[in-house]
Design a protein around this ligand. Structure first.
Ligand code: 13P
Length: 255
């Protein structure tokens, strides 16, 4: 089994950008540019933008995702959003454990796991982010760390649920910095993630999981990155806020 059996997924992560009306305008601009994609196209948008984004994407090949999900069904969790709320709003994907959540909002491997289980149990596709800091890389911990984060995130996830799991390898030092991992570094990191899945679920199951690269992926470097055997698409920050740039990345993953 090889890359040919895995579906490439290009997902935008808008982070804290775009108001609802801006979201609508950007999706309208993107729709004709990505309509012939031969990969899955996803836009993960701020909670407040979801209704406008779902409405704008209706009838197109763009799928809408959220940037987080809470693990409890309901209750006193001020500022959080539940699976049921996201379901009713028409979301199909959720980003979990982004390094910005881990760094600024106290997200841990345990909460990433709980959010993953909540997302999968509700039938969403989960885009789970893992990645090392520059310090961890320089200390030689990249493989250990990526395998640990991957296995922790997937604790109690069944083999059947793996079909709705996407892992995004996002080296922290490459996010929003303009410093992209080389294609070989991306391939190696994604390979560590896949090896961790193989250790937990077996090689065949691991070969079927989509593993994205994320971190300063753009219209210029996407071609080389997605040409790598372990890079099944990307999770795109800055470049997903520009319709043309995003569509060039979608086209690179469609070859
Ligand atoms: P940039 O593409 O802006 O580096 O962001 C990557 C990212 O964090 C996507 O989740």
């Amino acid at each position: 089994m090889n890359k040919a059996v895995r579906k490439a997924v290009i997902a935008g992560n808008w982070k804290m950008n775009k108001t609802p009306s801006e979201a609508k305008a950007l999706i309208e601009e993107m729709k004709p540019l990505v309509k012939d994609a031969d990969c899955d196209v996803v836009l993960c948008v701020p909670f407040i933008d979801i209704p406008a984004a779902v409405e704008a994407a209706k009838g197109s090949n763009i799928h809408i995702g959220a940037e987080n999900i809470h693990y409890k069904e309901s209750g006193a969790y001020t500022g959080e959003v539940s699976a049921a709320m996201l379901k009713e709003a028409g979301v199909e994907y959720v980003v979990i454990g982004h390094s910005e959540r881990r760094t600024y909002f106290g997200e841990t491997d345990q909460t990433v796991n709980l959010r993953t289980l909540a997302a999968l149990n509700a039938g969403f596709k989960a885009i789970i982010c893992v990645g090392e800091t520059l310090e961890q890389r320089e200390l030689g911990y990249t493989e250990t760390l990526l395998k640990y984060q991957t296995k922790m995130a997937l604790t109690n996830v069944t083999e059947d649920q793996l079909k709705n799991v996407i892992i995004a390898y996002e080296p922290v030092w490459a996010i929003g910095t303009g410093v992209t991992a080389s294609a070989d570094q991306a391939d190696e990191g994604n390979g560590f993630v896949r090896a961790a899945i193989a250790e937990a679920y077996g090689k065949d199951a691991a070969e079927r999981v989509t593993v994205q690269y994320g971190g300063s992926m753009n219209a210029k470097n996407a071609d080389e990155l997605v040409s790598k055997v372990n890079v099944d698409g990307g999770l795109i920050g800055g470049a997903s806020l520009k319709a043309v740039d995003f569509s060039v990345i979608v086209k690179a993953a469609s070859k």
